[in-house]
Each structure stands twice: as structure tokens, then as C-alpha cells.
Design a protein around this ligand. Structure first.
Ligand code: SF4
Ligand code: SF4
Length: 234
């Protein structure tokens, strides 16, 4: 049974930056209001585990339950959220800079989720494809730090021990991604837990080795790649 105190250890496990530097500086200029997309509730509403919520509210005033502009919208999102989690909103990036230790697991993991193959093995990391056009990291998978990848795998192994139902959640999410990418005739980029890079063929889940530089850029980052001005982000 998970306890609020378990989140101290989980936060310590997943305390690695995704890339060198602050990727928010690269995506924020492309979002109205200059906020990183994953910190803007118009684009992404984080969820926390109920025990994580209990851990956070004892230590920080950073988070509050998420309420939409209309009761109907609030009810809809709460209904879509698994019963063992709740949708939340933080006090913004200034508060986050002051209270870094209280970023949620979702904040620390974004834009990645654990990828499961068809038989149900946790193979590594892939990303929430809905953010392909906005998230700078998704367009720069070759920049993901090995230490982050390792920490992510260790953290999610621990989460699956605490919340066994999460294996099914992410297995379903992986199946959904195979279905979506299959329809688009695309392969799925995988940062494998063995340290390698692969393409996953959606039809049968077959892995094909990849070079990290092969992974495509999307949205505005694809445009920028073809317009190399000197002050573009590295
Ligand atoms: S994870 Fe993606 S969306 Fe979030 S700050 Fe980094 S680049 Fe922006
Ligand atoms: S806590 Fe920080 S990283 Fe998480 S959504 Fe808020 S501003 Fe973004």
C-alpha cells in the first residue's frame, strides 16, 4: 500500500534534468504568454497520486486541485482521471523556481511515459505524442540525458511496485500509440532501457535500431531546423 512518505524517495530517484539546461527556455517563446507548454494548464493539466497529494500538501502550498472555468468541464476531467489520482494545478513558474523539490512526478517525467510491448514488458521511454508540435524535447530526443533515462526506469519500476494497476494504464497507452502511429504509417521512437535507440513498428511491435539523430523534428522546431539563424536555441 503506497504511503505519502514513499514520495520523498520517488522524488529523490527522479531528480535528474531531462536534458542539459532548461528546455523550458526553448519551448516557452513559442507559447502565447511565454510559459513552457507543460506548465500551462491550457495545454497540460498534471495529475498526482492521492498519496503524492498528501505528501505535497504537508510540505508546500504550491498545488491546488484543478478546477475548470465551468463545472461541466471540471466534472469531465475529474471523471477521466483514475480514482487513485487527482488533477492539479501549480502556482506557476515563479513558485516552481522557489519550490523545485515539490515538482510532481508528472512534471519530472514529462514528456515521457513508460513504453510497454504487446506481451507487457516495460521496454523504455516514449513520449506523449499529442505534444509533438509543441515540446522541444520531443524534437530533440538525442539530447535526453542517459542519467535521466536510467532514473526514469528506476522510478517507474518502483511506481509499478507501489501501484501495480499503473502497468495496465501504460500498457494501454502504449497500445494506443501503436494504433495511432500505425494509422499514420509511422514508427515509434523508443529510448530503450538498455541505453539504445530504436524504432518500434506498430503493426507487430518489432524493434529496429535507430540513430538518435534520425528522430524527426516537429512543428515549429522542424521549421527552425531549416532556417538556421545564429541565435536559435542550441
Ligand atoms: S518538457 Fe517540453 S514542454 Fe516541457 S518545458 Fe521542456 S520542452 Fe517545454
Ligand atoms: S510545478 Fe513547475 S514544472 Fe510542474 S507544472 Fe508547475 S511550473 Fe511546470
Amino acid at each position: 500500500m503506497p504511503r505519502p512518505e514513499d514520495f520523498a524517495a520517488l522524488y529523490a530517484l527522479l531528480d535528474e534534468p531531462v536534458v542539459e539546461g532548461d528546455c523550458g527556455l526553448y519551448c516557452a517563446p513559442h507559447n502565447e504568454g511565454g510559459i513552457p507548454f507543460c506548465c500551462d494548464p491550457r495545454h497540460a493539466v498534471p495529475t498526482v497520486y492521492r498519496e503524492e497529494w498528501a505528501f505535497l500538501v504537508q510540505r508546500s502550498e504550491m498545488w491546488r486541485p484543478w478546477l475548470a472555468e465551468t463545472p461541466e468541464e471540471t466534472r469531465r476531467l475529474w471523471k477521466e482521471t483514475p480514482r487513485y489520482q487527482l488533477p492539479v494545478v501549480c502556482q506557476g513558474i515563479a513558485a516552481c523556481a522557489r519550490e523545485r523539490p515539490y515538482r510532481s512526478l508528472v512534471c519530472r517525467s514529462f514528456p515521457f511515459f513508460p513504453y510497454f510491448d504487446r506481451p507487457g514488458t516495460f521496454l523504455g521511454l516514449t513520449y506523449y505524442w499529442q505534444y509533438e508540435d509543441r515540446c522541444w524535447v520531443i524534437s530533440h530526443l538525442d539530447r535526453v540525458r542517459p542519467a535521466f533515462r536510467e532514473a526514469f526506469v528506476r522510478t517507474y519500476e518502483r511506481i509499478f511496485a507501489l501501484y501495480p494497476q499503473e502497468r495496465e494504464t501504460f500498457r494501454y497507452q502504449s497500445m494506443l500509440m501503436r494504433r495511432v502511429f500505425g494509422r499514420r504509417h509511422r514508427e515509434i521512437p523508443l529510448l530503450h532501457r538498455d541505453g539504445g535507440y530504436y524504432w518500434v513498428r506498430p503493426r507487430d511491435g518489432r524493434l529496429r535500431p535507430a540513430q538518435p539523430q534520425e528522430f524527426p523534428k516537429h512543428g515549429v522546431y522542424a521549421v527552425i531546423e531549416n532556417l538556421p539563424f545564429p541565435d536559435d536555441p542550441p
